[in-house]
Design a protein around this ligand. Structure first.
Ligand code: ARG
Ligand code: ZN
Length: 858
């Protein structure tokens, strides 16, 4: 029985450098599924200014220590102490000169269900060390500011043996790898298995040839090509745009089936969740292809932003993640449509990060305390972290950004850096004072910006008054004003732009800006490009929104006008009022505009999700009723279909993409518009089109769309059976199959459907993807998860408690389904709180889940 762990809070303010320098790390693995031996030889030098300190090493309580020597000698056993997750060697037993510490431990990868440290997935040995997994492999100063070159020898009879760096030796049963670039333990990786590679090469800008491999299980080779193409594009892009060259002889990517996150940037050996590597037209959707391209790029880009320059401590996580997300967003904008990428990024930010920021789990982009760091791989650190960099770039300009980044790479290559270091390079490169800007890193919460317009007809002058305020978040009551880049343009009554985009800099709680020389009152196009992650409140009527939707030259602001129109209709309908006339009319105009990008039209035709409607209602002080929201959205979709039947049917027919499937963005855009039309028509054609499409579609994008439509019409059974028969052996397709059923189910049945699916023998719940599919599918059904009878909450809590014993990272992550609970009615709140309390009181609850639940209950 595991001991109840005491909460232990880590504080940013407690940072102290490690008192020893680690010069080199040599590891020897003798792999066996139940008893792997790991020998670690650490070359250490006591730091001059830290004389006389004990050496504390991290190491999980499950490590079985078999030998420990210092310079080949066993120390007095009283000098070595194990306590909890650490091993301490008394200063008295340590030489004052450089010395070698050697340990040997035994571990049992077959018993490791947490997908952290060394574990087995589908018969293959693999590792996941970020953030603190390495301590489950051997005793080590497992912290990002302790870096060393690694020399790794693997003994195993598996055919493929991989680690970081370059291969230096290979013989029967043995492989040796050396990584010359000093790195922290979290970037260590090892893979041993029966794998096959698709291979290619890349010649870097200085003419070095790099061998590239994507390793998959035999049989999956024909689905790895797109990942390889994406890697090559990423390597080229990072040279062209950031001047960053790859720095080893080989770059390996490995796909594994059991993985807690998306992927991991281990030096020279990226390990991926197989769903972010494997793709074929029959098994992957356009969305999957785009994500694969983006995540391959993200992990590759970490080689400079994360690996060559890493984080001093885990509080600085956004230093590498925010920047790397920003870079992968730029990459995708360059590869595909920049406006569409911006709009979908904002949608995701609002759905995940705004939601987080408004609830009990709100935290700053750079937190100052945590109990379990794995709970902080959040939308705030990643996506808001990227937004903050986007704002910085607007404030210093493209040129300034480029200069600052060059300085960053120059000055900090090889460092474990901080947000202070990051801001300093911008100050030094551009001369700009970023003291106030830093609040974006230290203060949680989403600012509200109120915009007030004053029109003086006599002088032809428009005055904009902008007020900012940020609601309190846990532990942070007062929020001083921030620097907010607020991009505006003006549009004349005839639809022509009369003032091009200008970025206003808000620095005070209230400020006014004037625009002169205007002939007639213009319409303000505000927060263009979503220039800052804020909630904009303005006085505006539906007619003006429709005008912006028709005329705004800024694609984001144009889309936003349509979005606001939809939300204004939906929130009215959800409260039993009328609404939607203007939206339905405007959307007809736009959908029929053949000049507009199909992807953009698809984005405008897709109604905001129920969760987003609930968020909007909450923001205006109304308690959201999930059932009323569901009904309102169905009603508006049906009215759109009725009002524009011919137009939508025409789009559905004409947006067919002929010829063999290609995941390129133009083809994907046409499919997206076709599917958007289908989704609306499905409300009035009884599912007939979807049934035909499901039968003939040659790609997974259209098949999944058709399947979801059929389920919504209550006629999905035959299609579900057909798909399960066809793809029983394909985990990734079956994950979609598990997800779509609770997601598209009628809300009242969603939890029961999820429960029925959970009883199937192929609900392999310890597989993180399968678990996420089912529980995530239910959580994505807003009215289903929040069913008034508490069935969604209970089902979810039961499974989180079960999962917590096997894989605490997953139970903790999925518990965020509950994070909005305080905003609902008393009945739902009581049911959600009961479920949260049940988890909190569970015996042996993990540190991960306990932290999450206690923050949500607090
Ligand atoms: N650094 C990885 C990425 O964003 C994420 C890995 C996090 N894993 C974890 N178990 N917390 O690319
Ligand atoms: Zn990352």
């Amino acid at each position: 029985m595991s001991q109840p762990q005491q909460p232990m809070t880590h504080l940013l303010a407690d940072y102290r450098p490690y008192p020893f320098t680690l010069k080199a790390t040599a590891l020897e693995f003798h792999l066996a599924s139940q008893s792997t031996r790991v020998i670690a030889r650490l070359s250490l030098v006591p730091k001059a200014d830290a004389g006389g300190q004990d050496m504390v090493l991290d190491g999980g309580s499950e490590l079985e220590l078999r030998a420990l020597t210092i310079n080949g000698q066993e120390p007095d056993p009283r000098m070595v102490m194990r306590e909890g997750e650490t091993l301490t060697i008394r200063a008295a037993a340590l030489p004052a000169e450089p010395f070698v510490l050697e340990t040997e431990v035994q571990i049992d990868p077959s018993a490791n269900t947490a997908c952290e440290g060394l574990y087995i997935s589908g018969g293959m040995f693999c590792t996941q060390c970020e953030a603190e997994g390495f301590r489950h492999i051997t005793f080590y100063p497992d912290r990002p500011d302790v870096m060393a070159p690694f020399d790794v020898t693997i003994h195993s009879d598996k055919p493929v043996l991989l680690s970081n760096g370059n291969p230096v030796q290979r013989e029967a049963g043995l492989a040796r790898w050396q990584d010359p670039w000093p790195k922290p333990a979290y970037l260590f990786a090892l893979v041993a298995g029966d794998l096959v590679a698709i291979s290619d090469s890349f010649t870097t800008m200085s003419g070095r040839k790099v061998a590239l491999n994507v390793w998959v299980r035999p049989g999956d080779e024909d689905r790895a090509g797109f990942a390889m193409e994406s890697l090559i594009k990423s390597m080229k892009w990072d040279e062209e745009v950031y001047g960053r060259e790859y720095d080893l002889d080989v770059f390996n990517i490995v796909a594994v089936d059991d993985f807690n996150m998306g992927a991991m940037e281990n030096k020279g050996l990226n390990i991926f969740n197989s769903k972010l590597v494997l793709a074929s037209p029959e098994t992957a959707t356009d969305g999957d292809y785009e994500r694969i391209e983006g995540v391959i790029a993200h992990e590759y880009f970490h080689n400079w932003t994360g690996n060559r320059i890493t984080c001093r401590d885990w509080f600085q996580l956004c230093l590498k993640e925010g920047l790397t997300v920003f870079r992968d967003q730029q990459f995708t904008s360059d590869m595909r449509s920049a406006p569409v990428k911006r709009i979908t990024d904002v949608q995701a930010l609002r759905a995940r990060q705004f939601r987080e920021d408004q609830g009990p789990l709100a935290h700053p982009v750079r937190p100052d305390h945590y109990e379990e760091i794995n709970n902080f791989y959040t939308a705030t650190i990643y996506e808001k972290g990227a937004e903050v960099i986007g704002m910085l770039r607007q404030l210093v300009g493209e040129e300034g950004y480029r200069k600052a980044l060059d300085l960053y790479f120059d000055r900090h290559d090889g460092d474990a850096a901080t947000i202070e270091d990051w801001l300093q390079v911008f100050e030094d490169a551009t001369g700009r004072d970023l003291t106030q800007f830093k609040r974006w890193y230290t203060d949680a919460g989403t600012p509200h910006v109120e915009m007030h317009e004053d029109w003086n007809a006599d002088d032809g002058r428009l005055t904009l008054t902008l007020r900012q305020s940020t609601p309190p978040t846990p532990g942070q009551q007062d929020k001083p004003p921030r620097v907010i880049p607020f991009a505006v343009g003006l549009i004349g009554p005839n639809g022509q732009e009369v003032a091009a985009t200008r970025v206003l800099e808000l620095t005070e709680a209230e400020q006014s800006f004037t625009f002169d020389g205007l002939g007639a009152r213009p319409v303000v196009s505000a927060l263009r490009g979503f220039s800052a992650p804020v909630i904009l409140k303005r006085e505006i009527d539906d007619a003006t929104r429709a005008f912006l939707l028709a005329h705004d030259s800024d694609p984001f602001a144009r889309w936003e006008a349509g979005r606001d129109l939809a939300l204004s209709a939906l929130t009215a309908l959800a409260q039993g009022r009328d609404g939607g006339e203007d939206y339905v009319a405007a959307i007809g105009q736009l959908a029929g505009d053949d000049q507009a990008d199909p992807a953009f039209r698809a984005l405008c035709l897709n109604l905001p999700g129920e969760e987003e409607i609930a968020t909007r209602l909450t923001a205006s002080g109304v308690t959201p009723d999930p059932d009323a929201i569901h009904a309102a959205r169905e009603d508006l979709a049906r009215r759109m279909a009725e009002a524009h039947t011919d137009l939508l049917a025409g789009l559905y027919d004409s947006m067919v993409v002929k010829g063999p499937y290609s995941p390129d963005s133009d083809s994907a855009a046409r499919r997206a518009l076709r599917i958007a039309a289908l989704g609306l028509l499905n409300r009035i054609d009884g599912g007939d089109r979807a049934e035909v499409l499901f039968g003939i579609a040659g790609n997974m994008t259209e098949r999944m769309a058709a399947l979801s439509c059929l389920i919504r019409r209550g006629r999905g059974q035959a299609a579900l059976t057909a798909m399960a028969d066809q793809f029983a052996d394909n985990r990734l397709v079956m994950d979609k199959w598990f997800a779509v059923q609770p997601m598209a189910a009628p809300p009242a049945e969603a939890a029961a459907i999820a429960a029925r699916l959970a009883r199937r023998p192929d609900f392999d719940w310890k597989n993180p993807n399968r678990f996420r599919s089912l529980l995530g599918g239910l959580a994505a059904n807003h009215a289903g998860f929040h069913a008034a009878d508490g069935s969604g909450y209970d089902f979810t809590a039961d499974w989180l408690m079960k999962m917590d014993k096997a894989n605490p990272q997953i139970s903790a992550r999925m518990s965020t389904a509950f994070e909005t609970w305080p905003r609902y009615d008393a009945g739902r709140r009581a049911a959600a709180l009961a479920a949260l309390n049940r988890m909190a009181e569970m015996e042996g609850i993990s540190r991960n889940l306990r932290e999450m639940v206690s923050r949500m209950i607090a």
